[in-house]
Design a protein around this ligand. Structure first.
Ligand SMILES: Cc1cc2nc3c(=O)[nH]c(=O)nc-3n(C[C@H](O)[C@H](O)[C@H](O)COP(=O)(O)OP(=O)(O)OC[C@H]3O[C@@H](n4cnc5c(N)ncnc54)[C@H](O)[C@@H]3O)c2cc1C
Length: 401
């Protein structure tokens, strides 16, 4: 382990969890990640190992069988896992967001029913806001839920579900106009439905189809899918929190902690890229010396390491703010924005250090180069982060008069 991205002030328990996860990443993930990614193969053995370690229940309260850990512990684990293979952190992320939304907003019955099985990884979560016609502009969703007796009937098409095929519980955001008169602000007429389903592809429930995996440039292994609802019946007691009209707020709360998670992923991928770059620079010789001895390459390494440190510090700060019970949208937005941009830059520098070999599939940096761009988009693009950051700054720095 190098000296970058250290975190001061961790408890003994946090340190123990992190060193266990780090050992698992070094032994069980890094050696197989690139091969599995090239085959676009789901990492079943790795997921089983993470279940045994209790990672799926890290933040679920102890009373529901989880470890009851903080967002910081969780984010530091995600950083380690993404250092090994970003797709594995994607498998955990949507699960974590759904568990968090249940913990924060679920009814007592919903918590008792889902959380203990989510803590073991038996039930695995996906979350679904995006549609073919929108991602950033969530308030424009068109999927609908209409009350019919003791159920809601859901219709619409969803897009980009991470874990859409492998999950058994999907938090789906739909428009429900019931009880909300015409003219109600769009975000006040949305509801989160807890949709239980069989894993797999095709028609997985009556009225619910998961067509198949979307082919992606990177971030392979983890399944990303569409979801089509055509008369899907969901019992009324599967409205998250038991009350309609709160879906937008619930999802945004979930995405806010998800942003810390994506920042952590950026930190992990950047760290790995630095490790690969600094090692290669000491092995490769040009003009009679290791390229690390050329000042231009040393400067690259210096810039990369500085970015790794800065992103880590901002990610830790955003997680600690949320853990202290304070609003962290500004810090989470800044951390997500900075970590994803720096990650892309650090990966590109490591790629350049590898010369022609960086272009070969035999070198791990080739995989990282295809993975980093996903972080610029997921959980809100850079432009969306800047909109959030800008709005909050104008709130904080409003001039009088
Ligand atoms: C691999 C992958 C996994 C994903 N997983 C999930 C998931 O699990 N669940 C889920 O719900 N979604 C998921 N998404 C969707 C993701 O959240 C969206 O792709 C993202 O929010 C951007 O939306 P969009 O693709 O529709 O782009 P658009 O919203 O169409 O944006 C296109 C471009 O316009 C810019 N733009 C948009 N509005 C503005 C504005 N007001 N001002 C300035 N610029 C603007 C954007 O920044 C972007 O550059 C996933 C996406 C990917 C690629």
């Amino acid at each position: 382990m190098g000296r970058l991205a250290q975190t001061d002030g961790l408890t003994d328990v946090q340190q123990e969890i992190l060193s266990t996860v780090r050992e698992f990443v070094d032994k069980e993930i890094i050696p197989v990640a690139t091969e599995l990614e090239h085959r676009d193969e789901y990492p079943t053995r790795i997921v089983e190992g993470l279940k045994e370690l209790g990672v799926f229940g890290l933040m679920i309260p102890e009373e529901y069988g989880g470890l009851g850990e903080s967002l910081l512990t969780y984010a530091l684990c995600v950083e380690e896992i993404a250092r090994g293979w970003m797709s594995v952190s994607g498998i955990i992320n949507t699960h974590f967001i759904v568990a968090y939304m249940l913990k924060q907003h679920g009814t007592q019955e919903q918590r008792e029913y889902f959380l203990p099985r989510m803590a073991t990884g038996e039930v695995r979560g996906a979350f679904s806001m995006s549609e073919p016609g929108l991602g950033s502009d969530v308030s424009a969703i068109t999927s609908k839920g209409v009350r019919d007796g003791d159920a809601y009937v859901l219709t619409g098409q969803k897009m980009w579900l991470t874990n859409g095929g492998s999950s058994t519980l999907v938090a789906v955001l739909c428009r429900t106009d019931e009880g909300h008169p015409e003219g109600t602000a769009p975000h006040k007429s949305m509801t989160t439905f807890l949709v239980e389903k069989e894993p797999g592809f095709g028609q997985v429930e009556p009225g619910l189809t998961i067509p198949g995996k979307i082919e992606k440039m990177g971030y392979k292994g983890v399944d990303t899918t569409e979801l089509i609802m055509d008369g899907l019946r969901v019992p009324a007691d599967r409205v998250l929190g038991g009350v309609t009209g709160r879906g937008f707020y619930q999802m945004m709360d979930g995405v806010e902690v998800g942003r810390v998670n994506v920042a952590a992923r950026g930190c992990g991928v950047a760290q790995r890229a630095f490790e690969l770059g600094v090692a290669y620079a000491q092995q490769r010789q040009t003009f009679g010396k290791p390229i690390a001895q050329h000042q231009a390459i040393q400067f690259k390494l210096a810039e990369m390491a500085t970015k790794v440190e800065a992103a880590h510090a901002m990610m830790v700060n955003a997680a600690r703010k949320k853990d202290s019970g304070r609003r962290n949208d500004l810090e989470a937005g800044m951390a997500k924005y900075l970590a994803s941009e720096y990650c892309k830059e650090v990966v590109e520098d490591a790629f350049r250090i590898h010369g022609g070999y960086g272009f070969s599939k035999e070198y791990e940096i080739e995989r990282l180069y295809r993975e980093a761009p996903m972080l610029l988009i997921g959980e809100g693009t850079a432009e969306i982060q800047k909109m959030i950051i800008g709005r909050r700054l104008l709130e904080e720095y409003r001039i009088q008069g």
